[in-house]
Design a protein around this ligand. Structure first.
Ligand code: Q46
Ligand code: ZN
Length: 317
C-alpha cells in the first residue's frame, strides 16, 4: 500500500477517505483536518487563550499537541476524579506531557470540590457513576475556565464518541440531549464559557495513530467504571456499520447536526439562571452540582472546603 501523497510506504489506510498515508503525511493530514474543523466551525480565534480539558488519554493529549504546535495559547485542565490507579496514572501522563512542552497545567480535584472522589460519590448517590462524573466534569470545566480567565474550553471528543452519544440519544429519542449535542456549544449566559470539540470529525483510530507517531505517552487503560457501559455497545454496533460501509459514522453525525439538531433545538428552549448557592448556571433554583455536594455531605463524607467557601461567598454578596 502506497502513500497517496508521496508514493512512499503507507502506514495507515483510511477507508472512509479512500486513501492511505505514510507517517509524515498522515501527521500533516491530521493537523490539517483538526485546524480546518476549527476554522470551518469558528471554534477558536487565534488571539483567544483556550483551556484544553485533558484526561491523560490519546484524544485530549493529541488535541493539545496539535494546538500547541499550531501556536495557540493554551493551558491544560486535568480534573482529578479520584478513581484509584486510573486517576493517579492519567494525572502523571498529563503532568509529564505538560512538563515536556513547558505548558501550563491546571489541576482540579473532584474530592476538594464535592467532598469525595467519584467512587465515594457513586456509593452515596443514586445517580449512575458516569452521570455523577459527567456532571462534575462539566461543572468543574466551566468553573475553572471562568476562574482562570478562559472564554473557551476544548475537549478531545472524537467521531466515535460523538456518533455513539448520538446513537444512544436517538435510541431513547432524548430530545434535550439531541438539542444539546454539537461541536460548538455557544456561551448563552455570562457565567458559561464556550465548549468546542475540534476532533469531532476524527476517528479514534486516527487519534491513536497520531498519538503513537508523535510519541505521546498516554494512558491506554479505560476508566474502570467504563466497563459494561452501553456507550461501548453503541461503539461496537457503529464499528460494524462502518466496516460494511465506510463513512457511515461521519454521515450519521453530520447529517444529524445539519438536519435534525436545529429542529430539536427550536423545540427545547432553555431558560438559564444563576444557582442561588454557587452562582453557576442552572435551570432551577439550585444547580445539580450543589445538590450532589449536599448529598455527599449528608452521607457523612468530609464537606467540600472549596465548594462550601464559594457557596458562602455567593450567599454573602
Ligand atoms: S464518565 Fe464514567 Fe468516564 Fe467518569 S466514571 Fe469513568 S467512564 S471517567 S469518560
Ligand atoms: Zn450551584
Amino acid at each position: 500500500m502506497k502513500c497517496r501523497k508521496c508514493g512512499g510506504r503507507a502506514v495507515l489506510e483510511l477507508r472512509r477517505h479512500n486513501t492511505a498515508f505514510c507517517a509524515g503525511d498522515f501527521l500533516d493530514f491530521f493537523r490539517h483536518q483538526t485546524l480546518e474543523t476549527i476554522r470551518r466551525w469558528k471554534m477558536l480565534s487565534r488571539d483567544e487563550p483556550v483551556l484544553v480539558a485533558v484526561s491523560g488519554g490519546k484524544d485530549s493529549l493529541a488535541l493539545w499537541d496539535v494546538l500547541l504546535e499550531a501556536g495557540y495559547t493554551t493551558a491544560g485542565l486535568y480534573i482529578d476524579l479520584g478513581i484509584f490507579d486510573y486517576s493517579r496514572e492519567s494525572k502523571a501522563r498529563c503532568q509529564a506531557f505538560a512538563a515536556g512542552r513547558d505548558a501550563r497545567l491546571i489541576v482540579v480535584s473532584v474530592a476538594e470540590e464535592v467532598g469525595a472522589g467519584i467512587p465515594q460519590v457513586k456509593d452515596v448517590t443514586r445517580r449512575p457513576t458516569c452521570s455523577a462524573c459527567g456532571l462534575s466534569k462539566r461543572y468543574i470545566m466551566n468553573r475553572a475556565a471562568l476562574d482562570h480567565g478562559f472564554g473557551v474550553v476544548a475537549t478531545g471528543h472524537n467521531l466515535d464518541d460523538e456518533a455513539a452519544t448520538l446513537l444512544g440519544s436517538t435510541l431513547r429519542w432524548d430530545e434535550s440531549s439531541l438539542a444539546r449535542q454539537t461541536p460548538v456549544l455557544e456561551a448563552t449566559h455570562p457565567k458559561l464559557v464556550r465548549r468546542v470539540k475540534p476532533l469531532f470529525r476524527t476517528s479514534e483510530r486516527e487519534t491513536a495513530a497520531y498519538a503513537f507517531l508523535r510519541g505521546i505517552d498516554y494512558i491506554v487503560e479505560e476508566c474502570p467504571f467504563a466497563r459494561g457501559a452501553t456507550s461501548i455497545t453503541h461503539k461496537e454496533v457503529l464499528n460494524r456499520l462502518e466496516d460494511a460501509s465506510p463513512g457511515s459514522k461521519a454521515s450519521f453525525l453530520t447529517t444529524s447536526l445539519e438536519r435534525a439538531r436545529p429542529r430539536f433545538q427550536a423545540a427545547e428552549p432553555v431558560d438559564l439562571r444563576e444557582c442561588v448557592r454557587c452562582g453557576q448556571t442552572t435551570t432551577g433554583e439550585v444547580c445539580a452540582f450543589c445538590k450532589l455536594s449536599d448529598q455527599v455531605r449528608r452521607a457523612g463524607e468530609a464537606p467540600s472546603k472549596t465548594h462550601a467557601a464559594r457557596c458562602s461567598q455567593t450567599l454573602q454578596t
